[in-house]
Design a protein around this ligand. Structure first.
Ligand code: NAP
Length: 411
């Protein structure tokens, strides 16, 4: 696994180019993604032994402990938006735990899928330990029906997650699901406003706005709302949209024509339900899947679009009168992946930590994944956790061992 990390580091520009070619993220972000994959490989190479060491438990037996064993071949159905990271954050812990990885990657990133298989082969993993299956989603069921496949993980949409989980459920096979999000980004009066604004813009537009943990709904306290709105709109308008291979590009093309169509539909629905466009609001008038960085206000909180997942550089701003209203609005979605809240008031921080229904809460920061911290959601954002010790223990048999002294035969 350390060697896989070295390969990723050495060839990060080559892998970055593959990602940019296949799904359009800016090259500098794609190179950082390859570096992050190297990090997760190093992290599990260094910590797996510790995470999976026997855990002794004192009981009435002479000796009892918890022992971790691999489950077997695990199917990973993965999305295109972070074509390397999504795969490595599954594969690094799953392989370190002794499992086999079978990758069914998104159909629009086949070169990334093959490159990842080659990384593990070149790193010296046994043949077949990690295999890329170049199949469409229609073939997933037959793989899950195969008794040799013991579990599955899916990162993607709710529809795909529900389908994979129900097929796996018929065969009593474990699943982990990492699905969509409509993350709130809350700003209270005591926050550092300049930092909150610039982080908010990054949190919305990272990966061309196509991230499950991108902040999608900006919920701002009335006292600072106008200043936030001005700063946010100015910075969204200043973003440069264009060729993802140019170093000064902030936002590249969206991954497919279908995504631009879906995004445009969502914006039109929002406008039809009363939303006002402060900037952007349409496709860019040039060839390619480009969409203008867009800011919407007056979105009706009861309209479905207000809490659907929006995959692209489109932000919705909401004004609230107090913290209770902020929390209520933040939780008014079927998703529960991440949440960010900006405040320097300790009581408010604690209230957000306790009350936001999400798999993580970031105070005065933007939601991000980190190999050392667990990652995953609640509600329709899925279940199970990736990364940290929790991720490596998803695909293991947690075996209880209890050894008692057999009574000696007495004559
Ligand atoms: P998607 O359409 O669900 O595709 C994801 C993967 O599932 C692809 O490999 C796809 O294969 C496959 N798939 C689609 N329908 C399937 C079905 N019925 N049965 C089995 N497999 C199926 O999602 P996407 O549009 O590529 O990705 C974006 C979604 O992923 C967003 O909702 C985003 O929030 C979510 N996401 C979540 C996380 C997280 O960690 N929670 C991270 C990143 C992305 P084909 O390409 O062949 O159709």
């Amino acid at each position: 696994m350390s060697r896989a990390g070295e390969i990723l580091e050495t060839k990060k520009e080559e892998f970055g180019r593959l990602m940019t070619i296949e799904m359009g993220k800016p090259l500098k972000a794609a190179i950082s993604e390859a570096e992050k994959c190297a990090w997760v490989c190093r992290y599990y190479a260094e910590t797996a032994e510790h995470h999976l060491a026997n855990q002794v438990v004192q009981t009435n037996a002479k000796h009892s402990y918890v022992h971790f064993e691999p489950l077997g071949p695990v199917l990973a159905v993965m999305p295109w938006n972070f074509p390397f990271w999504q795969v490595f954050r599954f594969a690094a812990p799953a392989l370190m735990a002794g499992n086999v990885g079978l990758l069914k990657h998104a159909s629009n990133v086949p070169q990334c899928a093959l490159a990842i298989e080659e990384i593990f082969r070149s790193a010296g993993f046994p043949e077949g330990a990690f295999q890329t299956l170049l199949i469409g989603s229609g073939k997933v069921e037959s793989i899950l029906n195969d008794p040799r496949v013991v579990a599955a993980t899916l990162t993607g949409s709710e529809t795909a997650g529900a389908s994979v989980a129900s097929i796996a459920g018929k065969h009593i096979k474990k699943t982990v699901l990492e699905l969509g999000g409509s993350d709130p980004f809350i700003v209270m009066p005591s926050a550092n406003l300049d930092e909150a604004v610039s982080t908010a813009v990054t949190a919305r537009t990272i990966n061309n706005g196509q991230s499950c943990i991108a902040a999608k709904r900006f919920i701002v306290a009335s006292a600072i709302y106008d200043d936030f709105e001005h700063g946010f709109v100015d910075q969204m308008e200043a973003l440069s949209v264009g060729d993802p291979f140019e170093s000064d590009t902030d936002i590249g093309p969206l991954a497919t024509p279908q995504i631009v169509n879906d995004l445009d539909e969502q914006v039109k629905k929002a406008i039809a339900s009363g939303a006002r466009v402060l900037t952007g609001g349409k496709r860019l008038n040039r060839p390619g899947n480009f969409y203008e960085p867009t800011v919407l206000v007056n979105v009706d909180p009861s309209a479905p679009v207000s809490c659907e997942e929006i995959f692209g550089p489109v932000a919705m701003l909401f004004r609230v009168n107090n913290i209770d209203e902020a929390i209520r609005l933040a939780n008014a979605t079927t998703f529960g992946l991440g949440a960010a809240a900006w405040t320097n008031n300790a009581d408010e921080q604690q209230l957000f930590i306790n009350e936001l229904r999400a798999g993580c809460v970031f105070i005065n920061g933007m939601v991000a994944s980190d190999p050392r911290l667990p990652f995953g959601g609640v509600k329709h954002s899925g279940y199970g956790r990736e990364l940290a010790e929790f991720g490596i223990r998803e695909f293991v048999n947690i075996k209880t061992v209890s050894i008692s002294e057999a009574p000696h035969d007495t004559e």
